[in-house]
Design a protein around this ligand. Structure first.
Ligand code: CO
Length: 209
């Protein structure tokens, strides 16, 4: 069996497993989705949203890209945010980064990566914003880990800059969280980003509604 055939065999097994526990499983899945969470994470194959959160199909709306970025002119992520906040009415938005992130590592190097340059530029901007703190960290691994965390924090700030998130926070208490997945241990770390405080700090500049 080749690797593609294996996938279809896996799928058959998965269907049988679900149906053995609940014969109406797919019928119910077909009725619609009502996820409480929007998860924005990295495309890295080792960081699978549902697995690490222990949630089932229907529980989390997922967007993944290189280095879990929230970029205001990325129509893809902006559509995901708009749809999930205004239509699905998610209650929690999570930005989840991870240690050993290749995107973050690439942004720390002086290399021309072609089409990736403008994407990674956004991570370099995070470095510039926090240059004093980062450059004060002598250990390269520790500096790399810290940039992973600061990048999550800045992407949370970028979320807060959107009109849909500002409005949903005010109207129904939508919250934003920054997490890091530690690949070495499997642990999910809550960076405890103070969403209301950041919101208060930046609203003077970014208020849209
Ligand atoms: Co990554």
């Amino acid at each position: 069996m080749n690797s593609i055939e294996k996938i279809f065999a896996n799928n058959k097994e998965w269907i049988a497993g679900k149906l053995s526990l609940d014969p109406a499983y797919f019928e119910n899945l077909n009725k619609g989705q009502n996820p409480e969470f929007l998860y924005i994470g990295c495309s890295d194959s080792r960081v699978t949203a549902e697995d690490l959160m222990g949630v089932q199909p229907g529980e989390v709306f997922v967007h993944r890209n290189i280095a879990n970025m929230v970029i205001s002119i990325d129509l893809n992520v902006m559509s995901v945010i708009n749809y999930s906040v205004r239509h699905l009415k998610v209650k929690h938005i999570i930005v989840c980064g991870h240690y050993s992130c290749g995107g973050i590592k690439a942004a720390m190097q002086s290399v021309d990566l072609g089409i990736l340059n403008p994407w990674l530029r956004n991570i370099r901007d995070v470095y510039r914003l926090h240059k004093d703190e980062l450059n004060a960290i002598a250990d390269e691994q520790a500096r790399y880990n810290r940039l992973v965390e600061l990048n999550v924090q800045e992407q949370c700030v970028n979320l807060i800059k959107t009109a849909s998130v500002q409005q949903a926070h005010r109207q129904r208490g939508l919250m934003v969280y920054g997490w890091v997945f530690d690949i070495h241990t499997g642990k999910l770390i809550d960076l405890k980003i103070d969403f209301p405080k950041i919101l208060a700090d930046i609203m003077e500049i970014y208020r849209l509604s």
